[in-house]
Design a protein around this ligand. Structure first.
Ligand code: S3P
Length: 186
């Protein structure tokens, strides 16, 4: 079956969730997936920030990380009742087992990976990630990625490397891997 048609049917009952470290390309891939496969994009960080009327930095500074994590879980509860979405998770979303369980209800989890060098290149000019502010170097990023690797990999249904690849190529691989996961001929 042709990819677009297959995705259309698949999305009647599923969401696709993009996870991975900050700067792995989740937001960019979500935008492109939305365009390529007519999916409704959900940018978790942006939606939480909009609802709270604050930036992510402000939420962390004013209420702390635990508060932000609770907002992520509440949003995932909502999304677990919807379908047809391409969800760009925050980089820490799947570190909570509860969040993974909520995602697994109706989403396939796609882990996007990149080397610490690639991540640094992508995040170096933005200051909107409280966890990286003051730590934008390969050693810190590499160590935190390593600490999170197991949780990311355990949650993932599909793993897609993003280094030195076009966004179209990455999105096509996501769609093909989803089809393969559902045992379709590709
Ligand atoms: C976080 C990643 C961020 C955002 C918050 C915490 C993390 O999302 O949710 O700053 O713990 O990795 P992005 O991965 O979209 O930058």
């Amino acid at each position: 079956m042709e990819k677009t048609e297959w995705m259309k049917n698949y999305l009647k009952t599923h969401n696709v969730a993009l996870t991975g470290f900050m700067g792995a390309g989740k937001s960019t891939a979500a935008k492109m997936m939305s365009r390529m496969f007519d999916m409704k994009p959900v940018e978790m960080d942006a939606l939480i920030a909009e609802r709270e009327g604050m930036t992510i930095n402000e939420i962390f500074a004013k209420f702390g990380e635990a508060y932000f994590r609770a907002k992520e879980t509440a949003l995932l509860k909502e999304l677990s009742c919807e379908n047809g979405r391409i969800i760009s998770c925050g980089g820490g979303t799947v570190l909570r087992d509860e969040n993974v369980a909520l995602l697994k209800k109706n989403s396939r989890i796609v882990l996007l990976t990149a080397t610490a060098e690639t991540i640094l290149e992508r995040v170096k000019d933005s200051d909107d990630r409280p966890i990286l502010n003051g730590h934008k170097d390969v050693d810190f990023i590499g160590a935190l990625m390593e600490k999170r690797r197991r949780a990311y990999e355990q949650a993932a249904d599909i793993i897609v490397a993003t280094d030195k690849r076009s966004i179209e190529d990455i999105c096509l691989e996501i769609a093909e891997s989803l089809m393969r996961l559902e045992e379709c001929d590709v």
